[in-house]
Ligand binder design. Structure first.
Ligand code: NAP
Length: 307
């Protein structure tokens, strides 16, 4: 993109995988004039500076948001409320405040009460990520051809909403809108449940006796390996997701347990037809995901290399 940037100054609070990727995408594509970065620890801030991710670096999040017309919270969802309280008095009138958190109902509840009049709060969630964390993990193309879901509150300022959507499109994303509750239900099945299943299966293998465990690693290419990628995701982030999307996750877990029991029964009673029908149906889902451009059919993990 050339010409006038959409925002004069973007402040990123938190500069891990998502914050770093946003900084790189926004700068590379000319979406923002300046980038102010704030993070909790001096070590991460120093690393962000070494990677040249921004223009202004400070530990005080309230200083980082001064004069910013776009403020993006890129911290674990459990930290959003404390950060919102901290920065609220320093937010500029007319600024857009958004976030990238994986749960949206909790963000509405915890951040909205602190948003000053005249600031447009529009929660968001890029459906893009990897199992890695920290500023080194970020890359500019992370959001390309991935969805970003915005969950605007009732009465949102339409111009602010369109400007934020234009920012995400500039980062390479397609933008969708839905209410926060619906987002949390959808994400519980497409993201939260798969991660919990992965954490569980890898945990079960880890509890096996040592000899068997070494074989689990050795022969992991037969399936187990694919779960370990999800199970290597950041523990803080996923603890916070579980605690902040409790109802939807419990609902999906109970449906999953019922279906698992049905499968157990089919295996016990030799109901091959049930198993074959299910496995045929699930294969079709994979094909639809590839057709929708959200995965490739390349063997192995089927993921694009970073560069
Ligand atoms: P990350 O790489 O672990 O980075 C987290 C950032 O938040 C770091 O700057 C860290 O600061 C800061 N932070 C951690 N705990 C904090 C606390 N208690 N108070 C203040 N700051 C804190 O995380 P990420 O993967 O970028 O995830 C950030 C957000 O994006 C999360 O809300 C997550 O749900 C969402 N998200 C993640 C993915 C994904 O695949 N990872 C995808 C979509 C959305 P220090 O390093 O200075 O301590």
């Amino acid at each position: 993109m050339t010409g006038t940037p959409l925002f004069e100054r973007m402040a990123l609070i938190g500069i891990g995988l998502i914050g770093s990727s946003l900084a790189q995408a926004a700068r590379e594509r000319g979406l923002v004039g300046e980038i102010a970065i704030s993070t909790r620890s001096p070590e991460t801030l120093r690393r962000a500076e070494e990677l040249n991710l921004g223009d202004i670096y400070c530990l005080d999040a309230a200083v980082a948001v001064e004069d910013a017309d776009l403020v993006i919270l890129c911290v674990p969802v459990g930290a959003n409320e404390a950060v919102a309280k901290w920065i609220a008095p320093a937010l500029k009138k007319g600024a857009i405040l958004t976030d990238v958190g994986s749960t949206k109902g909790s963000v509405m509840e915890q951040v909205n009460p602190h948003v000053p009049d005249g600031v447009h709060f529009i929660p968001g969630h890029p459906i893009a990520g990897t199992e890695q964390s920290g500023p080194d993990a970020g890359f500019a193309s992370l959001f390309d051809q991935r969805w970003c879901i915005l969950t605007p509150p009732a009465g949102v300022n339409e111009q602010a909403l369109e400007k934020l959507a234009a920012f995400w499109r500039g980062c390479g994303s397609d933008v969708d809108q839905m209410d926060a509750k619906h987002h949390d239900l959808v994400l519980a099945i497409v993201s939260h449940l798969p991660h919990l299943i992965a954490y569980n299966i890898v945990g079960t293998a880890d509890d096996l006796e040592t000899v068997t465990k070494s074989e689990v690693i050795k022969y992991s290419a037969s399936g187990f390996r694919d779960f370990t990628r999800l199970a290597a995701s950041d523990p803080t982030m996923w603890r916070d997701v579980c605690l902040n999307n409790r109802d939807a996750i419990l609902e999906m877990l109970s449906r999953f347990s019922e279906d698992l029991s049905a499968m157990q029964r089919a295996i016990r009673w030799g109901d091959g037809e049930m198993l074959f029908d299910l496995f045929t149906r699930t294969r079709g889902i994979r094909r639809s995901i590839i057709e929708a451009g959200q995965e490739t059919d390349a063997p192995d993990f089927g993921r694009h290399a970073k560069d």
